[in-house]
Design a protein around this ligand. Structure first.
Ligand SMILES: *Cc1c(COP(=O)(O)O)cnc(C)c1O
Length: 565
């Protein structure tokens, strides 16, 4: 919760000239409703696809990012690459010629370039030899005119995540702006600092569409921060900083988030393969552990390694002049074939086989079932109101990836994945601001279709599932995947809403789910607390589903006297 105090505190950190700046008012700012004829901006009226100015606030794109990042749109600023928010932070908070910024060393080169352009002095604090962050050592370098601290985690070029506790210590101790650049966070097994924003209004998180999302060519970077800061950044930026084409293309790529997730999976497994193979080479002294999409590698003779790669048309980055990086090259993880080439050129004898990248990368959306060992399916469903990607693997489990724009609904869907022990991904872009109805209902349909499709012939499944009331979950669920649809709902809620979802939506959810999964579904629950009741229902459903989809026999026969379901 932002208090008046927070606002005063942040305001005091701003440069004086920025504090009361009146932004250029774009024609479209003044006009929020959709009109038929636009004669307000001196545009050319003849349609070429790009004859209109872009949305100055990138409303649609921010909505999608808001779902994916689980942060309100108002906390997101979008820039022309991360370069723009980096530059803006200096322009907002650092009076030229009389301020300094503090950065770790080694780190990303753009911070000091942008500082120099803005006439801001750079103070560098070396990380440990193994690139670890010592908060006290860094804080001892803070000077009276230090306005911003730049941290990069996972750090470039070292590749490692910085210790969370040390970063929190810096946030607790330093009174200025603390930037945590998370350009590589999607390659790491770590939670973003986004969750710390409510506690630390002086925190600014940088992310980008350039790396994990594969859109470096579009130049779109994010600053995620307190609304006060994103508002001021928006007032100072060029009015139309992201072009129509770039906004549309980004929306197109973001609408298939599971494909991006697959590619991240391949890159991470390739990173491990590459690291292992390289560390076995006699000319390699050290491969630093990486949480990013590149490896920092120390060679006995880095020039020799650089030249031999270069002679075969492979370019890597020489980082040997950076702090603690003597003899080091930075190698970006490529496709499995490209990585094979690197290993071959460097003389690795038995190149270990790449992962199951072919299996994992799905090139098409739509329904696809029928993996011999894993009963998997994916569904992409788009209507006027929602665009939903769902994927299940009934024979594999990993942490569910759920994003629907409704926090409580996310939490409930996670219960299905976790308590059923299946891999479940659900990403839903929908208009949750006006109504939760479409998001909940359409997700049920897509989930039902996806589960049905993953079950395939249903050969060998348990078919029936039941779950009886338990202490924490006062709910009972009966489930029969036999193919006939029958829905019974006996659940009463005291209130209208739980979190950001209206309680009446839950019966709609399970009804649509039973129709599309083609099952008998009887649900009964009672209790004092609505949150507990519905959580109990989702858990009980998950356990019932677990029994029903479980392979019991040889996988050939169907548990029915008729032989078919
Ligand atoms: C690549 C990278 C970025 C992203 O820059 P863009 O301008 O968004 O392409 C940001 N920070 C670090 C540390 C990087 O390595």
């Amino acid at each position: 919760m932002k208090t008046r105090n927070t606002e005063e505190e942040l305001k005091a950190l701003l440069r004086e000239n920025i504090r009361n700046i009146v932004p250029y008012s774009t024609a479209r700012d003044d006009c929020q409703v959709r009109m038929d004829i636009y004669l307000d901006a001196n545009e050319n009226p003849f349609d070429s696809g790009v004859n209109r100015y872009p949305s100055p606030h990138q409303t649609e794109l921010k909505k999608m990012l808001s779902v994916l990042k689980k942060v309100p749109s108002e906390n997101i600023f979008l820039g022309n690459g991360s370069d723009e928010p980096i530059d803006l932070l200096f322009r907002l908070f650092c009076p030229p010629g009389r301020s300094s910024m503090l950065q770790i060393s080694p780190t990303y080169g753009m911070y000091s370039v942008a500082a120099a352009i803005n006439d801001v002095r750079v103070i560098s604090s070396p990380l440990g030899e193994d690139f670890t962050l010592d908060a006290d050592a860094l804080l001892s370098k803070v000077e009276a005119d230090t306005k911003i601290i730049f941290l990069c985690s996972p750090n470039n070029p070292s590749g490692n995540l910085l210790d969370r506790g040390q970063i929190l210590k810096i946030l607790d101790s330093f009174g200025g702006i603390v930037v945590v650049d998370e350009a590589y966070i999607d390659f790491a097994q770590a939670e973003s600092f986004i969750s710390e924003l409510p506690r630390y209004p002086r925190l600014v998180i940088l992310q980008t569409l350039s790396k994990a999302w594969g859109m470096a060519g579009l130049r779109i970077g994010l600053a995620i921060a307190d609304k006060f800061i994103t508002d001021v950044m928006s007032r100072v930026k060029y009015p139309y900083n992201i072009s129509v084409i770039n906004q549309l293309k980004a929306q197109e790529v973001l609408s298939e988030p599971l494909q991006a997730a697959d590619r991240i999976g391949v890159i991470v497994s390739e990173r491990e393969r590459l690291a292992k193979a390289l560390s076995g080479l006699p000319q390699v002294l050290k491969v630093y552990p990486s949480d990013a999409n590149f490896l920092l590698v120390r060679f006995r003779d880095k020039d020799e390694a650089f030249d031999v790669l270069m002679s075969k048309g492979i370019i890597v980055r020489d980082r040997s002049s950076a702090c603690h990086c003597e003899g080091c090259l930075r190698i970006t993880v490529g496709t499995p074939e490209e990585n094979d080439s690197v290993l071959e050129v460097l003389g690795v004898q038995d190149i270990p086989a790449g992962g199951d990248s072919e299996d994992r990368v799905e090139t098409e959306s739509g329904t696809s079932a029928g993996h011999p060992l894993h009963r998997m399916a994916s569904v992409f469903r788009k209507t006027g109101e929602t665009a939903i990607s769902v994927r299940v693997d009934l024979d594999g489990f990993r942490k569910p990836r759920i994003s629907t724009g409704l926090n409580f609904f996310n939490h409930m869907l996670e219960q299905i994945g976790c308590h059923c022990g299946i891999a479940l991904d659900v990403i839903c872009f929908g208009d949750t601001a006006t109504d939760d109805h479409h998001t909940v209902e359409d997700t049920a349909i897509a989930l039902g279709d996806c589960l049905y499709s993953a079950l395939g012939s249903k050969a060998g499944i348990g078919r029936y599932g039941f779950s009886l009331p338990m202490d924490e979950a006062e709910a009972s669920v009966l489930l029969d995947l036999g193919g006939r649809i029958d829905f019974l709902w006996d659940v009463k809620f005291a209130g209208d809403r739980v979190g950001d979802v209206s309680t009446q939506m839950f019966s709609h959810f399970f009804k649509s789910l039973s129709e599309h999964l083609k099952c008998n579904l009887h649900i009964k629950a009672a209790g004092e607390n609505d949150h507990h009741i519905i959580e109990g229902v989702f858990k009980a459903f998950a356990r019932a589903l677990k029994q029903a989809v479980k392979l019991e026999s040889d996988g050939l026969s169907v548990p029915s006297s008729k032989g078919v379901l």
